[in-house]
Design a protein around this ligand. Sequence first.
Ligand code: NAG
Ligand code: NAG
Ligand code: NAG
Ligand code: NAG
Ligand code: NAG
Ligand code: NAG
Ligand code: NAG
Length: 260
Amino acid sequence: MVAPKQLLASLATIGSALGAYSFPPHQVRNAGEPVGQLKNISGIEMYISYPPGRNTSDKVLLFVTDIFGVPLLQNKLLADSLAANDYLVVMPDLFEGDAISVEEQEAGLNLTEWRALHPTPKIDSIINTTIGYLRNELKVQRIGGLGFCFGGKYVPRFLTANGGIDIGFIAHPSSLTEPEIGGIAKGISIAAGTLDASFNATAKGRAESILNTNNVTFQSNLYYGAPHGFAVRVNQSVPQQAYAKQASFIQAVTWFNAWL
Ligand SMILES: *[C@@H]1O[C@H](CO)[C@@H](O)[C@H](O)[C@H]1NC(C)=O
Ligand SMILES: *[C@@H]1O[C@H](CO)[C@@H](O)[C@H](O)[C@H]1NC(C)=O
Ligand SMILES: *[C@@H]1O[C@H](CO)[C@@H](O)[C@H](O)[C@H]1NC(C)=O
Ligand SMILES: *[C@@H]1O[C@H](CO)[C@@H](O)[C@H](O)[C@H]1NC(C)=O
Ligand SMILES: *[C@@H]1O[C@H](CO)[C@@H](O)[C@H](O)[C@H]1NC(C)=O
Ligand SMILES: *[C@@H]1O[C@H](CO)[C@@H](O)[C@H](O)[C@H]1NC(C)=O
Ligand SMILES: *[C@@H]1O[C@H](CO)[C@@H](O)[C@H](O)[C@H]1NC(C)=O
């Protein structure tokens, strides 16, 4: 039986070996008012959330959203929760004001038609412009990328050898292809749910096998009872869902604290 003090001391030793490792990370915030700011940069609206007491950080995260985008409260609170862990978080509007609302989705909006209005080259270009802003104007050396649902396809696309993102985290990705996974050359952390048909346990296993074959540093977790979207939107009354959201948040923060 290890005494708590000794356990903390050994965690601190691991921490210093990994650099600026903070333990434990702050919790994900699920309710309340967002604290970040909206800015129009290079013609793209961006939600920027700042680390406590500062407007800058050498640790910068690019947040690539789901289809609900910047307007969704839970996306802004998630960005704020990351920022509270000492990151500068930048979340660009990928859809030029055309993000979907939860109500529209529930009313049966035709997603095929909507997707056609926001093709992959267009999204790539918005992400590339955001990376340009971070590198050229904010002089950021290393960028961590997070992708949720829709965004989970795009972070891997920028984790190639010459891609603009240095380390990634994705949760319940949509439309992520095996060639895109095969192109990943930098570290990636993956959060998957057993109830997610878009990226199920089989897809997760395939991804692990590809990353392992390619010698990419990776980590992956499968959350039982977690549906598509669980890292962003969950029913807090369902214990497995509430747990999956909080644990996948800590997964992301722990990952970036160690590798960014
Ligand atoms: C952002 O600024 C550009 C001009 O720089 C303007 O064309 C565009 O409409 C603005 N976008 C938003 C969302 O305010
Ligand atoms: C932080 O403040 C400085 C000085 O006002 C400004 O130049 C810079 O753009 C700000 N950074 C962000 C990310 O807003
Ligand atoms: C959605 O739109 C596409 C393209 O217009 C069409 O082929 C498809 O049938 C529509 N789906 C539904 C459920 O209406
Ligand atoms: C990416 O952005 C840079 C500016 O930061 C630009 O020079 C380059 O052409 C862009 N590439 C693509 C593929 O959009
Ligand atoms: C995942 O989905 C694929 C097809 O989309 C299916 O073949 C496979 O059995 C599913 N795996 C699980 C664990 O449900
Ligand atoms: C992965 O590393 C092993 C051991 O160093 C090496 O044999 C193999 O060629 C590497 N594979 C790739 C895809 O780089
Ligand atoms: C959330 O889960 C609870 C418990 O299963 C259920 O009663 C409630 O209807 C759910 N809420 C929504 C919005 O689905």
